[in-house]
Write a protein of this length. Structure first.
Length: 81
């Protein structure tokens, strides 16, 4: 995080979409993702033809990163005198 923005290290297609994300925006998407069941997440990767091992790994990462988004808090900034 940098101030009230979330810094995402994403170099894929349309990487510009991942810039200037507020903490509130990140928490919002996290709240939507948290409504998906583990089975729904695995099914999405299965539909994309990932292997069972990849599905388990990726589904776990999605759940872990969703939890990180939900737990974001603004950084405390100390004023200068």
């Amino acid at each position: 995080m940098k101030g009230d923005r979330v810094v995402l290290h994403f170099g894929g297609k349309n990487s510009g979409l991942m810039k200037n994300i507020t903490i509130q925006d990140a928490q919002w998407i996290g709240s939507l993702l948290s409504q998906l069941s583990d089975r729904q997440i695995r099914d999405a990767f299965r539909a994309a033809n990932y292997t069972p091992g990849q599905i388990n790994l990726l589904a776990g990462e999605v759940r872990e990163r969703t939890n990180e988004l939900l737990s974001l808090r603004p950084a405390v900034q100390i004023g200068r005198n």
